[in-house]
Design a protein around this ligand. Structure first.
Ligand SMILES: Cc1ncc(COP(=O)(O)O)c(C=O)c1O
Length: 452
């Protein structure tokens, strides 16, 4: 497939027809960034039903690190589906589940015996990590962070920070969830180190003012906050959290759902800080889009809940396990962590140029290939500009670049491009982004000056 078609005039006829059917039959609660429908995808390019092509800077929200439609993954899915698609692991077991557990436990950080268990979605894995931690410790409370995102089920929605759209009118929420601040140097007007120290001090205060540490089962943290706006934990922060957990017998749980599998330039983002989580939650890029997630961690913690307490009908489905095994082969064969670091270097250099040129860019940040820019109305006040981000996204889509947003205020543009993107596609995507930024910044400048 070639890469893009300029000024697409989307949605095309076929997408418009599907949109009408979608509006009639699909509940509006499930939203979509783009109003076009996918027909096929390969590597870092998606083609819609009208034949328009997009360089994919969203990667299925961080699911496609190995790239779309990898032949090895497709083949593994076909082969397993032809053998059998389901028995339910809790009824009759199958080898791909066991093999995946073996390989994931070897891959997860930590020089200690580990075990793994598999589920379908990220949220389901987060729920189960909390269940395991509660059973293992006999404690009820969970600590999470400002700007955190952990899913849309009752417990994970309660753990998630953003009110609208995730929580509003969906209460009452699950109890015993306590929220600590997460370092956000840009908005805290601090250096990363100062922000990290301030957050640790506040967590210590919470142990006096809000929840006794001996009642806390787990602290669940995203090493780079995803949905919240791509804030990487400052160097040393995760280590300090881990030390605090150890001091109080709290389990350190890393939510690596968006950061895992080479996205940040390491196999897992906790590797940057050399932290070994007691439990790690994985999903997204482990299955290249097949619904599979998991919890992996210390064997004695994982084995605390007795037989029958964990699982689910489809959990660790054999076709999804086969896909995940093929994905792991790719991670072993190709140095996608290094590729992620390269992507980070290329994109960050361009982001820095953009920031010099366009005052609407308040901050650029990221780790490896997990990159973002924060858009503001004014660099001094840092007032978020979600409208400008919507305009940038829409204009980029028309130019053949698939972009998505993030952030508490919806004013962050995030990049999760498949890591097998070619340099040419990456640079072309960045050119489109620049072109889009220029046109939206110009419109904003014109509107402001005509209002003066
Ligand atoms: C860090 C993190 N945790 C949990 C989830 C929830 O995963 P899922 O949407 O598969 O339930 C997500 C999804 O974006 C995520 O990024």
């Amino acid at each position: 497939m070639s890469d893009t078609t300029p000024y697409l005039g989307i949605p095309g006829e076929k997408s418009r027809a599907l949109l009408a059917r979608r509006q009639q039959f699909v509940a509006r609660g499930v939203s979509a960034t783009m109003n076009v429908f996918a027909a096929r995808a390969e590597g870092a390019v998606i083609e819609d039903v009208d034949g328009n092509r997009y360089i994919d800077f969203a990667g299925g929200i961080g699911t496609m690190n190995v790239g779309h439609s990898r032949p090895e993954v497709v083949q593994a899915i076909i082969e397993q589906a032809a053998k059998f698609t389901h028995t339910c692991f809790s009824v009759m077991m199958y080898e791909p589940y066991v093999e995946l557990a073996e390989r994931i436990t070897r891959l997860a950080p930590g020089n200690f015996p580990k075990k793994a268990i598999f589920f379908n979605s990220g949220a389901e894995a987060v729920e189960n990590a909390v269940k395991i931690a509660r059973y293992a410790t006999g404690r009820p409370a969970v600590i999470v962070f400002d700007n955190g995102f952990h899913g849309r089920t009752l417990l994970t929605m309660s753990m998630t920070a953003k009110v609208k759209p995730y929580k509003y009118r969906f209460g009452p929420y699950a109890p015993e969830v306590y929220r600590a601040p997460f370092p956000y140097p840009y908005r805290m007007n601090m250096t990363p180190t100062q922000a990290a120290d301030a957050c640790i001090a506040e967590l210590r205060r919470m142990f006096v003012g809000e929840v006794a540490p001996d009642q806390v089962a787990a602290l669940v943290v995203e090493p780079v906050q995803g949905e919240g706006g791509f804030m990487p934990a400052p160097p040393g922060f995760l280590k300090m959290l881990k030390a605090l957990c150890e001091e109080h017998g709290i389990l350190f749980v890393a939510d690596e759902i968006q950061t895992g599998f080479c996205r940040t330039g390491q196999m897992f983002a906790v590797n940057h800080d050399g932290v070994e989580p007691d439990l790690m939650i994985i999903a997204k890029s482990m299955g290249a889009g097949m619904p599979i997630s998991g919890v992996v961690g210390r064997a004695e913690v994982m084995d605390a809940p007795p037989p029958g307490t964990l699982g689910g009908t489809y959990s660790g489905n054999p076709v999804a396990c086969a896909a995940a095994l093929a994905v792991l082969d790719i991670y072993e064969r190709e140095d996608l962590a290094e590729r992620s670091r390269q992507i980070g270097r290329i994109a960050m250099a361009r982001f820095a140029e953009f920031q010099k040129q366009y005052p609407i860019i308040g901050d650029v940040r990221g780790q490896g290939g997990m990159l973002a820019m924060e858009i503001v109305k004014d660099r001094e006040t840092k007032e978020p500009d979600a409208q400008a981000v919507s305009d940038i996204l829409a204009a980029a889509h028309q130019r053949g670049l698939l972009l998505i947003n993030a952030g508490m205020y919806g004013n962050v543009i995030r990049i999760l491009v498949p890591l097998n993107v070619t340099d040419e596609q990456l640079n072309r995507g960045l050119d489109i982004l620049e072109d889009t930024l220029a046109s939206v910044a110009k419109t904003i400048a014109t509107t402001v000056s005509s209002a003066d």
